[in-house]
Write a protein that binds this ligand. Sequence first.
Ligand code: FAD
Length: 464
Amino acid sequence: MSLKSYDLIVIGSGPGGEVGAIRAAQLGLRVALIEKRAHLGGTCLNVGCIPTKALLESAKFWKKLQNADKHGFSLIKASFRWDDILGNKDKIIETQRKGLKFLMKKNKVDVYQGLGQFRSEHEIDVISTHDGKTETLFGHHILLATGSEVSQIPNIKVDGKVIHTSDTIINIEKVPQSMLIIGGGVIGLEFASLFSSFSSKVTVVEMMDTVLAGEDRDCVNELLRQFKKKSIKVITGTKVLSVEKKENSCEVELSDETRELFDCILVSIGRKPVIQNLCLEEVGLHTKNGFISSNAHYQTNISHIFAIGDIIQTPALAHTASAEAIHAVETIAGKNPRLINYETNPSAIYTFPEVAGIGRTEESLKADGISYQVAQFPFAPIAKAKIEESTEGFIKIIYSQPYKQILGVHIVGAKATELISEFVLGSVLEATLDDIGHAIHPHPTISESIQEAAHSGLGGPIHL
Ligand code: FAD
């Protein structure tokens, strides 16, 4: 019996796989997309970016309602219904899932629901999620986009009731009164912002001596200052020694010799690539440190097999996975795409306040002995920031002399994840501080702070 044959088989339908499948189809390739979950969209849509941002938006809404009186509104009694907040999040996810299904149909991508595994270099077995039957597909090219999963701590057993990971906490039945978050990375701190907004007493414990390692220190310190105001406790340089599960709580022992009872624990110590279910040994694909090895075109040691997203050792971000997927399939289609410059790849953290950055940090420049200057401007003097009650934080531009080339930008503030996009384009176009200072920004907007930050490196800001 002849096998169904495709120009490209994509395994995994996260922001890497789904984008790669659509772009390949647009380029005229015959594409199969294999996904083991019940729904398309991967970690990002089902348990990651989208559910967390939907919940964080509800938290912002709640904060605004609590401030209603200041704006001249009288609410008889403001309260929230957690069930409906979860329901709103689920509706958003469902709409996006439907959208993806429609896009696959529109682009004539054949979707297979099942586990994809190598049978040989060009053959992929799909073990159906529905009936367990195996169908083998032939692919001239294969794009691996199987993403990542939560890392767990061996002696802390996740039960999805009292002890959670990010996969389960997004559906927690009620807001816990107290919560311990193990791990001060991006995901842990976003959940700290979320649950403290709904009045959970949140403690974050981090083993290293800082949270958000790799982010700009001034931004992190400002975030921690704001966390303190919200009574979020952050303990660094401390390990969890033991967790004793009680009926509806956990007693936790920390290496600073304290013991405390929490209603809920979130284990958020990072994620690991999902590659062990692919039967890589059948084809001898090279890996390093648990990641698939690939070159600048995302091609593995087997020239027709490509790998992108969280399974390769580049920043584990949804937009990075999508950009890599587009590059990989354009390479497969014989285009000559531009290489991805990771210096122009932004980070976006949706804490309250948000943190976003691009390019070099002061710390990394110092470590490399590169001289630089800093131009900085706070949001507080900006009228629109006052109107939107977003006066916390600042924009910091790091640049070099004599041409004022921008080396890095770091923003902490309510709109940081939107504002950073100006610098994404700026860095792609190699904009200088002069260019940013010369660009007229609309008034009144929070983006005026960008021009003001540039002015502060060009002879002085206007409104400070
Ligand atoms: P994934 O999205 O992980 O998708 C991989 C898919 O492959 C999965 O659906 C999986 O079921 C499937 N799969 C695996 N093995 C097989 C197999 N053998 N056969 C068939 N299917 C298989 N990033 C951001 O940029 N912004 C954010 O705001 C953000 N927030 C996040 C919040 C949370 C709580 C989490 C957990 C992550 C967040 N991320 C965020 C990270 C982001 O979700 C990931 O970087 C991104 O999803 C990686 O995309 P991917 O396509 O590589 O893999």
